[in-house]
Ligand binder design. Structure first.
Ligand SMILES: *Cc1c(COP(=O)(O)O)cnc(C)c1O
Length: 416
């Protein structure tokens, strides 16, 4: 009960939503953070002789390459700056069009707009991710990149999307911020495209408090990401002040303290995924008995990260009613993105109006002005009927069973 109240509280407080590495924060993370506190070197670069051999960011980058089977990983200060880093190193800028889905977190278009490029929004399908046919229909001579977002723990039809990118010679960037540890046919999400991104913010599958990573198998992208995220420093030699700057950069660095938390967390990833899968299956088998519920299509069910169970009800009206009934019955952690959250295009007024504190690239403002933001009936028809149910780690099996039964009963009574 205490847990449920806590999560109900969290569900109301947090703008994004808990996908819960933080639920199992403990001894391991504290030990890693203490290593950093004891040396006092909180920065990831330099101070070699003072750091007692601790290089938490470097260590976490190495762990990421091993766990996710990818050649290179560059840590960043957030998932959003990981996306911005991806844009920079993949050469996305003024005048370029980047195809992205109508259902995602706002960071997706923030990174595109920050690059001076144009976000081209296209429909999702019953995978809750980019519709491959919608991607193909949106390609113009200005299209340079396609950015599928593996939403709510599961994957886009990445094989079909990759084939489209190959056919049209487009860059493929996977936003895997919400699907860490998920995979498609044995390949980890975030490592299939030319680049991929993770977020380690407080509510993601594993967390650094704040942090992110850019993953790639292409060496030049990684070298440039290493420089770009640290003001363009070339990191040659060991005198920071004397380093050259081959190109303009930014400060998107992660701190040693944040990286230390991530090092503790990444060791728990297998355990997190196993628990999520177990609890997800319990909820799913209960909902499976309710006539009228169908489930999100998962292109490779084996590869689901299982942080959410997303399902459809027959109509928008019934979905609204069921969502309300779930919350009224104390079943927090059930999300109706269509109305309540800013994960869907409906609530992106600031993007639709190009509202900015400073003058934007005129080409971008023109392009946004010409977009038809009201013509996403296919996405509406899906999102209007979608409820995503958060899977927690700290449930006991009995609590998961109890919640599953209560959810099924609540929805059944609405559909009756
Ligand atoms: C969380 C998230 C991001 C951004 O991550 P931050 O670390 O919060 O900046 C990007 N894309 C998606 C899909 C996300 O869920």
């Amino acid at each position: 009960m205490r847990h449920q109240l806590f999560y109900l509280f969290l569900a109301k407080q947090l703008k994004p939503f808990p996908m819960p590495g933080f639920e199992i924060f403990g001894e391991e993370e504290r030990k890693e953070v203490n290593d950093v506190l004891e040396s006092g070197i909180l920065m990831r670069y330099g101070f070699d002789h003072m750091r007692n051999g601790h290089w938490k960011a470097k260590e976490l980058e190495k762990a990421i390459t091993e766990v996710f089977n990818v050649n290179h990983a560059q840590l960043t200060s957030s998932g959003t700056t990981a996306l911005s880093t991806a844009m920079a190193v993949m050469g996305i800028g003024a005048g370029d069009e980047v195809i992205m889905p109508t259902f995602t977190f706002v960071a997706s278009f923030e990174a595109i707009v920050a690059a001076g490029a144009t976000p081209v929004l296209v429909d999702i399908d019953d995978t809750l991710c980019l519709s491959p046919s919608a991607v193909e229909a949106a390609i113009t001579p200005k299209t340079k990149m396609v950015m599928p977002v593996h939403m709510c723990g599961s994957m886009a039809q990445i094989d079909e999307i990759k084939a489209i990118c190959d056919k049209h010679d487009l860059l493929l960037l996977e936003d895997a911020c919400q699907a860490i540890g998920g995979s498609f046919k044995g390949k980890k999400l975030g490592t299939i495209g030319h680049g991929g991104t993770f977020s380690f913010d407080f509510v993601k599958t594993i967390t650094c408090g704040e942090g992110g990573a850019f993953l790639t198998n292409t060496e030049i992208y990684h070298t440039n990401a290493d420089h770009y995220t640290d003001h363009g420093h070339d990191h040659i030699g060991n005198d920071r002040g004397a380093e050259a700057h081959p190109f303009l950069g930014y400060n998107f660095r992660i701190s040693e303290l944040h990286a230390a938390v991530g090092l503790g967390q990444i060791k728990k990833l297998d355990q997190i995924l196993a628990t999520q899968k177990k609890h997800n299956a319990i909820i799913k088998s209960a909902l499976n008995t309710v006539e009228g519920i169908t489930f999100r299509r998962i292109p490779d069910p084996e590869g689901d990260n299982a942080s959410f169970l997303s399902f459809f009800l027959p109509t928008e009206e019934l979905t609204r009613t069921a969502h309300k009934a779930l919350l009224e019955n104390g079943l927090g952690g059930n999300f109706y993105w269509y109305d309540n959250n800013w994960h869907y295009i409906k609530k992106w007024e600031h993007l639709k109006n190009a509202t900015s504190l400073f003058p934007l690239n005129p080409g971008l403002v023109d392009a946004i002005g010409k977009m038809d933001f009201e013509n996403f009936h296919k996405s509406d028809a899906i999102m209007g009927r979608t409820i995503s149910s958060l899977i927690n780690l700290n449930w006991t099996e009995e609590q998961a069973q109890e919640r599953a039964a209560k959810m099924a009963e609540t929805i059944k009574s609405v559909l009756a």
